[in-house]
Structures are given as structure tokens and as C-alpha cells.
Design a protein. Sequence first.
Length: 417
Amino acid sequence: MKVLHLSTSDVDNGGARAAYRLHQGLQLLGCSSQMLVRAKFSHENTVIAEKSLLTKLAPPISSFPLRIYPQRNSAMFSPQWFPDVLERRVKQLNPDIINLHWVCNGYLQIETLPKFSKPLVWTLHDMWPFTGGCDYIRDCENFKESCGNCPQLLSRSPWDLSRWVWQRKHKSWKNVNLTVVATSSWMADCARSSSLFQHLRIETIPLGLDTEKYRLIDKQVARNLLNLPQDKQLVLFGAVNATSDRRKGFQLLLPALQQLSSSGWQDRLELVVFGSSTPEQSIDLGFNTHYLGFVHDDIALALIYAAADVAIVPSIQEAFGQTASESLSCGTPVVAFNTTGLKDIVDHKKNGYLATPFEIEDLAKGIVWVLEDVERHQKLQDSARETGLRDFASKIQARRYLTLYEEILGGSKPGRT
């Protein structure tokens, strides 16, 4: 079986790394797997970079329609109208099945999907595949009908850009042989309630990771290597654009930390942040803070998780939440809000704490609950590692995908899960 993964890139962000990890997991099982990407950052020879002129022009040109909405918010919105060369390239590679991942920012034109003439599996790393262009819906439910009046575009017209994108998807994908894979039960429910995907087969398969890389590492060793203090409890927060992307919840974490600082924890805790450089203007977080910048290397990330006593993932919406699963696999408990994809990862008071959405006081309470009792903290660490091995090992994920591919190619159509 030949599998081809389509992804805008391979290892430079969460969705890309997730696709790359699946690709590697399938290879470990003896499956012939390749990735076709626009931007290649790994040195893996089975990852192929598409370097045509159209591919290079797409990112700046694809956003042109958004100029109609100068007041729109900063959230990602992808019209995906610019032509691509992927039909020709995929035909040359001739896979048996195509697994789509994150293909926005001009990489894949909406109208290209039915041209592939191969069975398609789409792994949902965000909500773009079933919306009118946004990557996350926030509080909007227009995706359940036909989009329009898009709050992210600050549009009051039912016939806006989001309706145009939705209509193109609806028209182009009617007869596509497509199976959807959600990475969490929340994302699966959203896809089932969408007007575009409600009639499709939808499976749920959590994202995987290499549990030999994301593993237990001696805390003292990890802190020495990262030049972090040995005599403090370390609270970790990290994401791509960790302090600027509001969906990641830094604006909720900040007051929770300040509350802790004023309640007697100031001399006991320090904060570690990755995915963000030291800000030009200092932010009063209530604690001494170590900014580690942008980290893409798995070994470095594992060291960071291992150095921490607790990881905070205060996201408002997550398709899955790889930061949480990576942390657990390294034996570090996680505090998150009891919402979206994170509910499938964190087991309340067993490997972490799920705070009431989006209550700052309960978030602060969760951090204290994880850290205040040494014996309880050790049990949380043990349970965290067990969760990583049991639920998120890459071979487990790859086997589930391989079974799904075989069912699709063999014509099997079991019920949704």
C-alpha cells in the first residue's frame, strides 16, 4: 500500500509535526509512506517539497480576497482559491490513498480535491475543512448551515467571503470519496454537526508521538541542560506564538498566575515559556520568567517538559492539544480547561486537573492542587507517563490508520465511531 500525505509543511508547527509523526509511524509498520509539502524543514528523503512557481506565489496571493475586510480580526482565514499543481504531482507519485492534513495558506485549492481520483482521508488538525474559511469557529455556529455573516470577517452580509468559500466546498466535494478522521471526540462532534461533513464517515483517532523521545528524563539533568533553577517549582506554558495567539489562552493564564503570586507562591514558583521570545516590553507575570523562544526539536521539547513540575494548557479551543499529550508522555502533569480536545487527553485529578471553562480562579486552584502535595504530585507524574504510553504511542496511532486505509481500499464501510 502506498500512502501519500499532503501537508503545507512537515515539522515547523503542531499540525505539520502531527502529520510527520503519522508518516514515520506508518513507515515503522512497513507501510510505503511519503509526504508532499510546500515547505520542507526535515532531512527525511521521503518528504518531497513541491517547488513550482505557483506553489511559491500562493501564500501572498491567496490572501488577496481578505483585503475586502480590513477590520477583520487576526484569526487565520483561508479562501484557498489560488490554483495549484498538486493534481499533476500526485498523479506522478501514484499513491493508493491520500491523507490530507493541514493544507491551507494557499497550498491546496478547494477545487483540486475531486481531481485526485483516489480515496481520500482527511485528518482534522483544525476546523477549516468544514467551515467557510476560518480555522476555529470560536462562538460561531454558521458552519452548521452555510456560513455567511462571518463574525471573524466582521461581516454583516449573508453573501460574504465565508459563504463563497462554503459554496465552493459544497459544490466541489459532493461526490468525493472522503473519510474524515477527527483527533478528538469534540472535533468529531463538530464535524458531524457541520453541513459539509454530516453525511461522511467520521472516525476518531488521537494524535501519536514517539514515546521513546517524549519520555521520562531526570529533572535535575534537564534543568542543568536548560540552565533552569533547581530550587524552584517550574510552571510551563508553551505554544506557537504562545503569548500572542488568544486561542492559546495566555490572557487567561496571566491573571491566574498573578493571583498565585499574591497568595503566597511568589517565592516558590518560576515560569517557563516556549514558543515566544522575551517580549520587548516586560509583562508582569507575578513570577520570574524564563523565555526559551521557538523550539521545534523533539529532544529539546522533551527536556523542557521533563524540567517542569506542571504544564499549563489554557487553550480556549483545541482540535487535540499536542502540548498536553507531549507533556504527559514526559511524566509532567497538565492543567487545562475542561473543554474541546483537551478533555480527551487530561484525566481530571489522575494525570492533571481540568478547570471549569474559563474560570481564572479554578485554573489557579488547579495549579496549586497539582503542586502542593509531594506524594500526590508523584502519583500524577506516574499516571501521566502511563497515559502517554497507553494512549499516544505512534505505533498505536499508525496501526489504527493502517486498518482504516485497508478498510477503505477494500470497500469496507463500518459505522461511524
